[in-house]
Design a protein around this ligand. Structure first.
Ligand code: PAF
Length: 287
């Protein structure tokens, strides 16, 4: 069922709650791909009822980012959700989410601000305010749907860590379920932004997963020094790759490390054909 208003969603969820059913939410910005479908499948296995939100959230995009050209494919998304047995696709307008004609700024709206340490690193360094926008919309969705479970992909590792922190710090009564990255056979992590890449660009984009897999191999062979590990990446890069960051940090706290250990995660952000791509890998876990 496709719903556009908060009131309609609340009314449906209220009926489910009367029947004692459990509810899960999969927050998305639409342009659904197999990565999203894996979250939806997990939600279906875990909960009686599943809500997918489909909303390109304006307040998590910076002024020079791709908000206007971000892919919007609602009709296809709804078909996919129907075929997966999703109970509600919630596709609100920005006016519905933030108030009609509301100026979208933290001068006029209440925002959720995650701790400085969590946002002033990795993606947050180049995307000022991004995680405030993410946490604000996610908390609003949690308040609208009041789900038992929220499903997020490990592909956006920093985002999941920050959302878990928000849930803990603000006592939000929800369990966050983190689902593994889904990749193309080539190794490229699925992302709605892959749509911007040419065939050639997709090949060049394999550098992210290649660097990460190589780091994991090096770690398994005993290289623990973070600088030495990072050094191994540079030979993979050429003029088609604009590396934004490559970091090895603690997978739960994002703290920097000098020596990698079994709790380490390697994260990379790199532009290919001007498209900003991210990926990550746990140094210890199986691929
Ligand atoms: O990961 C995303 O697609 C978005 O950041 C989210 C969680 C749906 C919030 O808009």
């Amino acid at each position: 069922m496709l719903l556009h208003t908060i009131e309609e969603v609340r009314a449906e969820v209220k009926k489910w709650r009367k029947e004692g059913l459990t509810v899960g939410i999969v927050p998305t910005m639409g342009a659904l791909h197999a990565g999203h479908l894996s979250l939806i499948k997990k939600a279906k296995q875990t909960c009686d009822k599943v809500v997918v939100s489909d909303f390109v959230n304006p307040i998590q995009f910076g002024p020079s980012e791709d908000f206007d050209k971000y892919p919007r494919t609602l009709d296809e998304d709804v078909k996919l959700c129907n075929s997966e047995g999703v109970d509600i696709v919630f596709a609100p307008s920005a006016d519905e989410m933030y108030g009609e004609g509301q100026r979208l700024s933290n001068d006029t709206l209440t925002y959720v601000c995650p701790p400085f340490f969590y946002v002033n690193t990795l993606c947050g360094k180049s995307r000022t305010g991004h995680f405030d926008g993410v946490c604000t919309v996610v908390l609003k969705l949690f308040n609208i749907v009041q789900p038992d479970y929220g499903f997020f992909g490990q592909k956006d590792a920093q985002q999941v860590i920050i959302i878990k922190k928000m849930v803990k710090d603000l006592n939000v009564p929800i369990t966050i379920v983190q689902c593994p990255i889904v990749r193309e056979e080539s190794g490229l992590a699925l992302s709605s932004r892959n749509k911007y890449l040419s065939e050639e660009g997709k090949k060049d984009a394999l550098v992210l997963s290649k660097i990460l897999n190589n780091l994991k191999t090096c770690y398994s062979k005993g290289i623990k020094d973070v600088n030495a590990l990072k050094e191994t990446a540079y030979s993979f890069l050429n003029e088609k790759h604009d590396l934004e960051y490559l970091e090895i940090v603690d997978k739960d706290t994002l703290e920097d490390k000098k020596q990698a250990d079994d709790n380490s995660i390697a994260l990379i952000a790199c532009r290919v054909e001007g498209v900003r791509l991210i990926d990550n890998i746990y140094l210890k876990e199986e691929v």
